[in-house]
Design a protein around this ligand. Sequence first.
Ligand code: SF4
Length: 256
Amino acid sequence: MLPPRPTFSMEWHGRLSSPNARTLNKITTLSELDLAVIKCGACPRLVSWREEVAQVKRKSYETQTYWGKPVSGFGPADATMLILGLAPGAHGANRTGRVFTGDRSGDWLYGSLHRLGLAKLSTSDSKDDGQELFGVRITCAVHCAPPDNKPEPEEKATCAPWLNKEITLLMPTIKSFLVLGNFAWTGLFATLAELDFIIPKPRPKFGHGARAEVIGPDGRKRLIVGSYHPSQQNTFTGKLTEAMLDNAIKVSVDFR
Ligand code: SF4
């Protein structure tokens, strides 16, 4: 039995945005984009879920205030590499408010970035932990935590314009993409096609270590590298090791 919907929810609903053309056209910087994303309420099922999780909470976090809103990308506006995951974890990023922060997947990802000199800290615990990324930005294809980590096709499509805009704003500096998992892989190629990138045919298939080169509308090449997602399902079973993740990130970041 869930508790009654909290007051803050109702206030929040009064200032929801969505990734429509009017909203997107007004955005000219990544800071503006991040602020717009966290106000988004375009997917009723996901709005309801992220807020329910923020109220019911996991027992071990019951004294904490959950973020309970969309989670924006994190990292500098002049990043040369974009890491793309699927969606925030219910008790990770949906709790802490920062992508891949507060759960084991985040420990793996930031641990790897730190070993390679791309993150200030080897851990990622909260928005206020002092973490910093160097030349790398991390984002999600869907910005709200979905039930069972499975967004519906309609929700993926609704959220896609946010990623489209994020890549557009990163276009002057971005050189490579590291894609965590098959869904993010599919979503990235769909977005790049919309942005008039030239993509190999047939469209490259996802796999750990899969690589593809695409050419942007500006005529510059970018590298796309696939990696298994650092979920516990993959890391506990040894399907993804630290060395495998380090190597995939290194290949991406070394592309010039
Ligand atoms: S998933 Fe994306 S489009 Fe849907 S409410 Fe969250 S931020 Fe908005």
